[in-house]
Ligand binder design. Structure first.
Ligand SMILES: Nc1ncnc2c1ncn2[C@@H]1O[C@H](COP(=O)(O)OP(=O)(O)O)[C@@H](O)[C@H]1O
Ligand SMILES: [Mg+2]
Length: 500
């Protein structure tokens, strides 16, 4: 099962599935998300997970299909930048509960007008939802509550654990308010940093160049079109009847007149291959929703509380000749930036794809490759591994090319790696200016302090030799020294200006 390898990872995956669903549902309904997550230890490697959101809830008639069957997500056939396309969904969690504890999950849902609770399980052989113990409730709460018990999982406060996942979700979604109650009772609260909803990404039809054979099959098998020719024109952006004629020329042995439901894997492979040999107009660019420059800054300030931040949002670019993407970077220095290991602190990279934190498969990710390729010395960071620095990178796209089935790393496409590098370098230059200012200041400061230590003694000695009043000499010397080091005194404001 995707994402369910390793006890810590499994628990993070479960929380990830529920949180992404909550965020998608809230945003779709135009509600500022408020989420509470509780994780309790029940026995060794056995935990309960509770997630409550203030979203629209799920109508009773859909709940079985939504949370207790797999691959029925409503976002599956939509081509829009959303989180739901990542992972195997809520049904996967129900199956995981079932096979590790023998029990399904418990759900409470309220639209604010109607509310119910029920137990959900799955007939795994038939992928059929089983809904039991349905009870009507008073609609005294709002949204969805999912509770389940999971075996073969483990809570750990590491780079890969639930706490870090929640913290990073708060970083990339400053409009949400999220609380995590950890197994030891500790409550981690990440309050909302901005009160505006992110811009809704516009739904667009997929561009043929971003499509894999399996995507094409999925689209075809749910299509209402009569023939493959019209299916292609209706389902994809930039595909015209002229273009279809070109495709027919290239994929000669595919029958384009049959129903899309009859499309086979071989047909799909041939059509996808033909896509690559046709000249296409690039995709529409405004289908993406980024975190936003200001939002990144506010979130990093609230959560990391650094001495310095620089944020860069680049213009959309395309990769693979056609798929648009946008890179955002925030660098934080000082404060709680970096990763603390006891006394020591090291630089860390916070990776995001469409605002979803990526905690696993670090090594094979375009973001890691790009950040490691940076010559940090040029940005006044002598050793990235020994400085309090956090580099946040978010890649947004309607089609993120993940490098593995777990969808935890972005494929190392040249265009993407290059674009991330440029963005990090941009932000790095501002960091460099800040740090060299800092260093200049600390050299000046120690010079000032050293010389000031001698003033009083020198004035006293001079009084003995010349008879000139000590206080007078001292005052004049101080004025002279302060004049020489005047940058130390007016610098505060100047620095703030150069940093912004
Ligand atoms: N917290 C929630 N609030 C409202 N609807 C939800 C929630 N969680 C899941 N759903 C519904 O259940 C569907 C299935 O979820 P899921 O299996 O995770 O697929 P996906 O997220 O890819 O759509 C969602 O598409 C959504 O319609
Ligand atoms: Mg989902």
């Amino acid at each position: 099962m995707l994402g369910y390898a390793g006890k810590v990872r499994s628990l993070t995956t479960i929380v990830h599935e529920y949180i992404t669903n909550s965020l998608d549902a809230c945003e779709e309904a135009g509600i500022l998300p408020e989420i509470e997550v509780r994780v309790k230890e029940l026995a060794e490697n056995k935990y309960s997970v509770y997630v409550h959101d203030n979203g629209p809830g799920i109508p009773y008639k859909h709940v079985g299909k939504a949370l207790a069957s797999v691959l029925t997500g409503t976002k599956f056939h939509r081509y829009m930048q959303q989180r739901g396309q990542q992972g195997i969904g809520a049904g996967g969690c129900t199956i995981f509960a079932l096979i590790t504890t023998g029990k399904g999950v418990h759900v409470k849902s309220s639209t604010g007008k109607e509310a119910y609770s029920c137990d959900l399980s799955i007939d795994i052989k038939g992928n059929k939802p089983l809904v039991n113990n349905v009870e009507q409730l008073k609609p005294e709460f709002r949204g969805l509550i999912v509770e389940g018990e999971f075996g073969d999982v483990k809570y750990e406060k590491s780079e890969h654990g639930v706490y870090e996942y929640v913290r990073r979700t708060a970083l990339s979604n400053p409009h949400i308010s999220i609380k995590l109650v950890e197994p030891d009772g500790n409550e981690a609260v990440f309050p909302r940093s901005v009160k505006t909803m992110p811009r809704r990404p516009r739904q667009i039809l997929p561009h043929p160049l971003g499509i894999s054979a399996s995507d094409l099959l999925d689209f075809a098998h749910t299509s209402e079109s009569r023939k493959i020719t019209s299916f292609l024109v209706d389902s994809f952006s930039r595909v015209t009847h002229d273009k279809v004629r070109e495709l027919i020329e290239i994929a000669k042995d595919v029958d384009f007149e049959k129903a899309p439901k009859q499309l086979t894997w071989e047909d799909a492979t041939k059509i996808v291959n033909a896509f690559k040999h046709v000249k296409w107009i690039g995709p529409e660019l405004d289908a993406m929703s980024t975190i936003g420059e200001q939002q990144v800054e506010i979130a990093m300030r609230n959560i990391i509380d650094p001495k310095f931040i620089s944020v860069v949002e680049r213009k959309p670019q395309v990769f693979k000749g056609g798929v648009p993407f946008v890179v955002e970077v925030g660098i934080a220095y000082g404060g709680k930036a970096g990763r603390a290991n006891g006394e020591q602190v090291s630089g860390n990279v916070l990776r995001f794809a469409n605002k979803v934190p990526l905690l696993f498969d670090t090594g094979s990710c375009a973001i890691t490759e790009a950040v490691q390729g940076i010559d940090w010395k040029r940005y006044s960071i002598a050793k990235f591994d020994e400085e309090p620095v956090s580099v946040l990178v978010n890649v947004s796209s309607v089609y993120i090319p993940y490098s593995g089935v777990g969808k935890q790393a972005i494929a190392q496409e040249d265009e993407i790696v290059e674009e991330i590098k440029l963005a990090v370098q941009d932000a790095g230059r501002k960091l460099q200016r800040f740090l060299s200012g800092e260093r200049h200041r600390s050299v000046q400061e120690s010079g000032y302090k050293t010389i000031m230590r001698y003033v009083s003694q020198l004035a006293a000695d001079l009084e003995e030799i010349t008879g000139r009043k000590k206080e007078e000499t001292e005052r004049e010397l101080k004025t002279l020294i302060e004049k020489k080091y005047k940058s130390l005194f007016k610098e505060e404001t100047e620095e703030a200006q150069s940093a912004s």
